[in-house]
Design a protein around this ligand. Structure first.
Ligand code: PRX
Length: 652
């Protein structure tokens, strides 16, 4: 690589040689073995998607055009009509699977609910009628602000049934965040709860909703689910108890066929700056994409699998892989309301054992936390039913991947690292577990039907080494725009590289064509002209047995431009040894990547969805006042780090 290249591309430092081909036992029953899906999609990607759409989805009317593509706007299955809620519910009941469990719900305090497909359909038909009675019509927006209770799925599916778009706001967000999102979407109805359970206590939602509604003129009605049992203020005429409305609602609400491009939902994503973007997803393409990926990436056998995704329904993972993908596939799934450490650190493993979970999908941040808590926690439970593990949300460090496979997956379960975004709607880059030889930490290859390329600064394709991850062809689940802001849509995703979607992530290709995600390009550090990804240095740190989690940032430095500052959380039972860790990084990936300074901390600052907030750590490292901290999950973490930074000795 020339010196020039080093300045414009992201360096490729970490070498990972371990490989895990699918076992014979896994391949035996796997839905996708060998390359036939890849071959079909490579020969004709639109034809491939059309085949998935007709095999996996029930349509009321056929489409006339598979894909209409006018950069940057795509339409899929144009002219087709279908109903998402029909596909997620009615068709399973009509096929004789009404008594099959759709949801094993586990409340944080230990209460449970078992909901079959027939029961879920009745709830959804009733609630669809409730929404209609409150004046909601096709094309309206409905806001949802709920804890992780089955009513969240009921509310979403009911909107889909009548053609209203939902906008779910994560229950941990503030009243201001809720108000901003309601106002941007101009939602007519808000569905919330009195409160929910978190860490053994009731957290109140209705008061936050009340505060938000004080500044949202479009909200006409509020529906309140009783969950927390906390006292709430109900405004006569505006606020209604869910159970009271449901008690008198008719359970007959036939699904109305919707246009394939009917708006299904808005989901707001914060982005790095400015006001949240209302990401738009529509009906036919989205449902096809999530149904297909849920089936093949998780190798779903709906007759025997018990699937569990630990995400919150307020994030895209909850939309695509708790509500729409699994229900469309007729899966049986677990939904858990609370935190992983209530009443103790083994709660998730006790749930795996209790329900016989076979497929488990979680985030690297959770996996690293489990590593920190130690191997004894999972060892308390029989988790032999698990057969497949998934990861999503951040790059997974190779050592965290290995720990997940060995300690949770008995060294037998394949781990599928799935790369995608709110904007992509569904999984884009991931192994197919019966077909792909895995490498720890790599999301491997685009799934059949998806075209991704790594390019350099000038937009030229990179075949080996680091660069920018772009998508070169439209895909069915892709966002259709940003609500009320077409210019921002064009500018944010389609302006950096002509004709390509740029995802904001860096990635590298190894000599065998495997993709390795390198984190957001905004986080890439420049050390003496070397562009080094935070992910690779973090992974080098996490490969030391003492380290559970690491966050790395580049802070201004008079000699090297930027210097690497690391924040490290240790595994239980290990002592802090800065020199040892710095030398370890040098040994793993080279002296250039050696952190100048390491801070040890029991927690890292994270967003509410669990992503490390490197921007804040940069502020801390450079001694700046903190910028916007509203998305921070726990503000005390940064205060503590700031204190330590101020006390730290000056550098060598
Ligand atoms: O940076 C990538 C990271 O999460 C971003 C998308 O975040 P969000 O829209 O909240 O959706 C999260 C759930 C899909 C991406 O741009 N990301 C997500 N999955 C991975 C990942 N980074 C590396 N590897 C992944 N598997």
């Amino acid at each position: 690589m020339s010196a020039d290249d080093q300045q414009t591309n992201i360096d490729d430092l970490l070498l990972e040689n371990r490989k895990f081909p699918p076992s014979a036992a896994f391949k035996k029953n796997s839905l996708a073995v060998g390359t036939h899906l890849y071959d079909q999609a490579a020969a004709d990607d639109e034809g491939f998607w059309a085949q998935q759409a007709s095999e996996l989805i029930d349509w009321d009317q056929d489409w006339h055009t598979i894909c209409e593509w006018n950069v940057p706007y795509a339409k899929w299955f144009v002219g087709g009509k279908l109903n998402v809620s029909y596909n997620c519910l009615d068709r399973h009941v009509l096929a004789g699977n009404g008594d099959k469990v759709a949801i094993h719900w586990e409340g944080e305090p230990g209460d449970t609910r078992t909901i079959t497909y027939s029961e879920l359909l009745v709830e959804v038909e009733k609630f669809s009628n409730v929404l209609k009675s409150l004046g909601v019509v096709k094309g309206d927006r409905v806001n949802i602000y709920l804890p992780m209770i089955p009513e969240a799925a009921v509310a979403m599916l009911s909107c889909a049934r009548i053609g209203a778009a939902h906008s779910v706001v994560f229950g941990g967000f503030s009243s201001q965040a809720l108000a901003d999102r309601i106002n941007d979407a101009e939602a007519k109805v808000l569905i919330t709860a009195d409160g929910g359970y978190r860490r053994g206590e009731v957290f109140e939602l209705k008061p936050a909703a009340d505060e938000a509604i004080a500044s949202t003129p479009t909200i006409e009605h509020v529906v309140v689910v009783k969950r927390g049992g906390n006292k709430v203020n109900m405004v006569a005429g505006r606020d209604h108890w869910y159970h009271e409305l449901m008690a008198t609602a008719s359970d007959n609400c036939p699904a109305e066929p919707m246009d394939s491009e009917q708006l299904l939902f808005l989901l707001y994503t914060s982005g790095t700056t400015g006001k949240p973007k209302g990401i738009m997803h529509t009906t036919g393409g989205y449902l096809t994409h999530v149904t297909y990926t849920h089936k093949y990436v998780f190798d779903l056998h709906p007759e025997s699998d018990v699937y569990w995704c630990t995400a919150d329904v307020g994030w895209i993972t909850g939309h695509s892989y708790i509500v729409y993908g699994p229900l469309s596939n007729g899966a049986t799934q677990v939904i858990y309301e609370g935190v992983p450490n209530y009443p103790a650190n083994d709660r998730l493993w006790s749930i795996v054992e209790k329900y016989g979970v076979t497929i488990f999908y979680t985030a690297p941040t959770a996996i690293r936390t489990f590593m920190k808590w130690g191997d004894d926690e999972p060892a308390k439970h029989d988790m032999s039913t698990l057969r497949l593990l998934g990861s999503v949300g951040e790059p997974i460090n190779p050592e965290a991947w290995m720990w997940y496979r060995d300690t949770i997956g008995r060294g037998e379960c394949p781990v599928v690292d799935t790369w995608w975004q709110t904007e992509t709607g569904g999984i884009m880059i991931s192994p197919l577990p019966g077909a792909t030889t895995l490498k720890p930490g790599s999301a491997t290859f685009p799934i059949p039907g998806i075209s991704a390329e790594v390019v350099d600064d000038a937009g030229h394709r990179v075949d080996h080494g680091g660069g920018y991850l772009t998508l070169t062809r439209p895909w069915p689940g892709m966002l259709r725009g940003i609500w009320n802001d077409p210019e921002r849509y064009q500018e944010t995703y389609w302006s950096r590289f002509e004709g390509r979607y740029f995802a904001g992530d860096g990635a590298k290709l190894d000599s065998e064509g495997y993709l390795w995600l390198l984190g957001r390009v905004d986080d890439v550090m420049n050390i003496s002209g070397h562009r080094i990804s935070t992910t690779e240095v973090e992974s080098a740190l996490v490969s030391h047995p003492a380290v559970a989690e690491a966050a790395v940032v580049g802070a201004n430095d008079p000699t090297t431009g930027q210097a690497i500052i690391a924040y490290v959380t240790l595994r239980g039972g290990y002592e802090a040894d800065e020199t040892e860790l710095r030398n370890h990084v040098a040994k793993e990936i080279g002296a250039i990547a050696k952190p100048k300074m390491i801070y040890f901390t029991p927690e890292l600052p994270k967003t509410r969805s669990g992503k490390i907030m490197r921007r804040l750590l940069r502020d801390v490292a450079e001694g700046r006042n903190l910028g916007d901290t509203t998305t921070l999950a726990d503000a005390s973490v940064v205060n503590e780090l700031q204190k330590r930074a101020a006390e730290a000795p000056s550098e060598d």
